[in-house]
Ligand binder design. Structure first.
Ligand code: AHR
Length: 506
């Protein structure tokens, strides 16, 4: 029997906000092998594809119900000129991707290819426009090209490239990381630019844009404060319309400082706990930005958008440092499950979150090598948790002993949980972050019962376990060791494990 034990009180009759499916969003940048090799192989590739888009990747992502995909960056978005990515591919201008590897970009994957990918995935596009090195006219025309019906210069251009109907594009980013790679701007300057760009990103016909301002890094609450003060205008008579509907924040989980991030696979227990403490910080960061936003928008009409999150480790030895290619272990999976519990708790303010990035970059859910496709441990967390998408949050309280750990100057709670209900089905997610000790967990269900419980678990012998084309030690397994308890169930959660339990609400 371990010294770690906890009770999760789950009030099945106390409902919170809806957990938007967009909290399970993704991010695909022209970076390393994310787009080229990851999503796009070209029509002539021997790898099975539809119009150049690889089908194994589409199939794997469809199984996650991925709700949206952000593109083309990231830092790349602020040097991307969309007109270079339309028309016959061989004639498209080339450019240098100065942010990522200094490699040549042939623009073969452009607007039409991205929208075709979204259609195959059944995901909503989230396009990030170029504020850093673009123009207002360029962004305005991109919106017109994509979303306008009838007849206009950009509509004629679109039709000349074979697409008659406009696409529906809702999510629109007004630049990226304006404080850094997006132009190294002062927030006051960016706030004015965001107002200007937002003005000319029109709603054409019944396509209504959800404009997302480029927000803060980490805990830079001053950035959020200035944007909310200068851009939002609720109840303001002179400008009755708000300039943006979403405000982003980026926060990455590191095991140490930027200069010493450490290996994705070769790490010790101390580094593991540092990673988990860094991941848990996401809670305070979201809370901090939400509190600032509440002062200007108490009705919570502006959504907080965590459009970049995930682990960032050293690149795999021998790979291009600018390609950000890292392996993905059970540690990454637990970072993801912890993030989702945090995201669920903030569902009222949080409108979207996007893992960085979907394929072959940073905390990817998929890795490709030629025609091989690997589902990473993080992939399985997205799959096990997909029932939370658009479900109603349930009230969860945790208490226990042996669940607190001091990591540097932070306190880490090693048991994490969240629960939701949708269409009469309850989904409970439980994570034991302890590296070595199991946790004896009681699920104290109140205000209802759970019929036909089924549980699944993701764990492995060791934290460093990861999947490759040759072997897949981290896969989802059935979990049958549920003991009925007077108020619910009892179970032993193995060390470093993630478990989901579903059942019918009675
Ligand atoms: O995801 C990699 C990079 O991280 C993105 O391009 C940028 O926005 C962030 O700094």
């Amino acid at each position: 029997m371990s010294g770690n034990s906890g009770t999760a009180i789950i009030n099945l009759d106390i409902e919170g906000p809806v957990i938007s499916r967009h909290l399970y969003g993704h991010f695909a940048e022209h970076l390393g092998r994310c787009v080229y090799g990851g999503f796009w192989v070209g029509e002539d590739s021997p790898i099975p594809n539809e119009g150049g888009i690889r089908l194994d990747v589409v199939e794997a992502l469809r199984a996650l119900n991925i709700p949206n995909l952000r593109w083309p960056g990231g830092c790349f978005a602020d040097e991307y000129h969309w007109k270079d990515g339309i028309g016959p591919r061989e004639g498209r201008p080339r450019m240098v991707n100065t942010h990522w590897g200094d490699v040549e970009e042939n623009n073969h994957f452009g607007t039409h290819e991205f929208l075709a990918l979204c259609e195959l995935l059944g995901a909503e596009p989230y396009i990030n426009g170029n504020v850093g090195s673009g123009t207002v006219q360029e962004m305005s025309e991109w919106v017109e090209y994509l979303t306008r019906d009838g007849d206009s210069p950009m509509v004629r251009l679109r039709k000349s490239h074979g697409r008659d109907e406009p696409w529906r594009v809702r999510f629109w980013g007004l630049g990226n990381e304006a404080w850094g790679c997006g132009g190294n701007m002062r927030v006051e300057h960016y706030a004015d630019l965001a107002r200007q760009y937002a003005t000319y990103c029109r709603d054409h016909g019944d396509n209504t844009l959800y404009r997302i301002a480029a927000g803060a890094s980490d805990d830079d609450y001053a950035w959020t404060e200035t944007l909310m003060r200068q851009i939002s205008c609720f109840g303001c008579e002179a400008t009755p319309k708000n300039f943006f509907q979403g405000l982003s924040v980026h926060y990455y989980t590191l095991a140490g400082p930027w200069e010493a991030k450490g290996s994705a696979t070769d790490f010790d227990t101390e580094s593991y706990y540092r990673t988990m403490a860094a991941a848990a910080r996401m809670d305070r960061i979201i809370q901090g930005h939400s509190t600032v936003m509440d002062a200007y928008d108490p009705g919570r009409r502006v959504g907080l958008i965590v459009d970049e999150w995930g682990t960032w480790f050293d690149v795999e030895p021998g790979t291009n440092p600018g390609f950000l290619f890292q392996q993905n272990t059970l540690r990454d999976a637990l970072v993801a499950s912890l993030h989702f519990d945090i995201f669920h708790r903030h569902a009222e303010r949080l409108a979207m979150a996007n893992l960085a990035q979907t394929v072959n970059v940073l905390q990817a859910v998929l890795l490709t090598d030629g025609d091989q496709l690997v589902r990473t441990p993080t992939y399985h967390v997205f799959e096990m948790n997909k029932g939370h998408q658009d479900a109603t949050l349930l009230d969860v309280h945790l208490r226990g002993t042996g669940l607190q750990r001091t990591v540097g100057d932070a306190e880490l709670t090693t048991l994490s949980a969240s629960a939701s209900v949708k269409d009469g089905t309850v989904l409970i997610s439980l994570t034991n972050l302890d590296a070595d000790q199991p946790a004896e967990v009681t699920l104290d269900l109140r205000g209802g019962t759970l019929a036909d419980p089924t549980a699944r678990i993701l764990t492995a012998d060791h934290l460093q376990a990861h999947n490759t084309a040759a072997e897949t030690p981290v896969t989802v397994q059935p979990f049958t060791a549920l003991t009925p308890h007077p108020h619910g169930f009892a179970l032993t959660l193995p060390p470093h494990s993630f478990l989901t339990l579903t059942g019918r609400l009675g």
